[in-house]
Design a protein. Structure first.
Length: 260
């Protein structure tokens, strides 16, 4: 179901005081366990990776998770009508669970993405060799990305407040998509290369003139989450983070001959 068709369900929802009837009640369960009408009211609708990935790039949009929508006819006060019309029947699958009338405990990818973007990310800095943030003109200088202990770096798990996630205990973790080295007189990247120390580091630059260079490493994080025993699931989108700057002094070495 598209967003428009899902929202249109509210027109006959018994909680809609402007509706003329007949009135309907709705329920939604995740697609993870192929729920049937008999599961409404007794199944919690466990979340899983496939329920979210099913909605990524799906026609009609929606962040998911994909949920099966059920409906039954009710009186204005929500009491099921007598007979078959008052029994739950499957309508369709939607990637807009928050738009289903009366479905209050719908954890959405939009909520998870917002919580991930609010993560206290580790702001990368750069280690430089030669040590001491001083190098020489034409001397190969090595650069390495460093993620401080403060904040959450690559692979470290954050646990957002469940109260902002419909009571669900969700875990999120950042991943490095790319880094970009701003080395003052040149730029390296975007790349997945985190560099390294002398002599094996692969991000190396030799400066052509003396002076001070402001060096930093910017990172693009992507993220993953898991909930309710699921595996790790990719979070759409990314976070761009500017690294902490370091001032590198480039000196020129001069050779002199002395008489004895």
């Amino acid at each position: 179901m598209s967003r428009g068709s899902t929202r249109a369900l509210a027109g006959s929802y018994y909680g809609n005081v402007g509706a003329e009837g007949p009135f309907r009640d709705y329920a939604a369960l995740s697609t993870c366990e192929s729920p049937t009408a008999a599961d409404v009211g007794r199944a919690e609708g466990v979340l899983c990776e496939s329920a979210f990935t099913r909605c990524i790039g799906a026609s009609g949009g929606g962040d998911g998770p994909a949920m099966v929508v059920f409906s039954r006819e009710v009186e204005r006060d929500g009491t099921p009508v007598a007979g078959p019309a008052g029994q739950w029947v499957r309508i369709d699958v939607t990637c807009w669970p928050d738009q289903v009338p009366g479905v209050g405990n719908a954890l959405t990818m939009a909520m998870i993405r917002e919580a991930f973007h609010d993560t206290d990310f580790s702001v990368p800095t750069v280690n430089i060799q030669p040590e001491g943030d001083v190098t020489l003109v034409n001397l190969p200088t090595f650069f390495e990305v460093v993620f401080p202990r403060e904040g959450f770096g690559p692979g470290e798990v954050d646990r957002p407040d469940p109260s902002r996630l419909m009571g669900h205990a969700v875990e999120v973790r950042p991943k490095v998509k790319s880094v970009t080295y701003s080395l003052g007189e040149t730029v390296v990247g975007p790349t997945r290369d985190l560099g390294g120390p002398y002599p094996d580091g692969s991000v190396v630059h030799s400066y052509g003139s003396a002076g001070e260079q402001v060096v930093r490493v910017d990172v693009v994080y992507t993220g993953q989450f898991r909930v309710g025993g699921s595996g790790w699931i990719d979070i759409p989108g990314e976070v761009d983070l500017e690294g902490a700057p370091v001032t590198l002094t480039v000196r020129e070495a001069k050779s002199r001959l002395y008489t004895r």
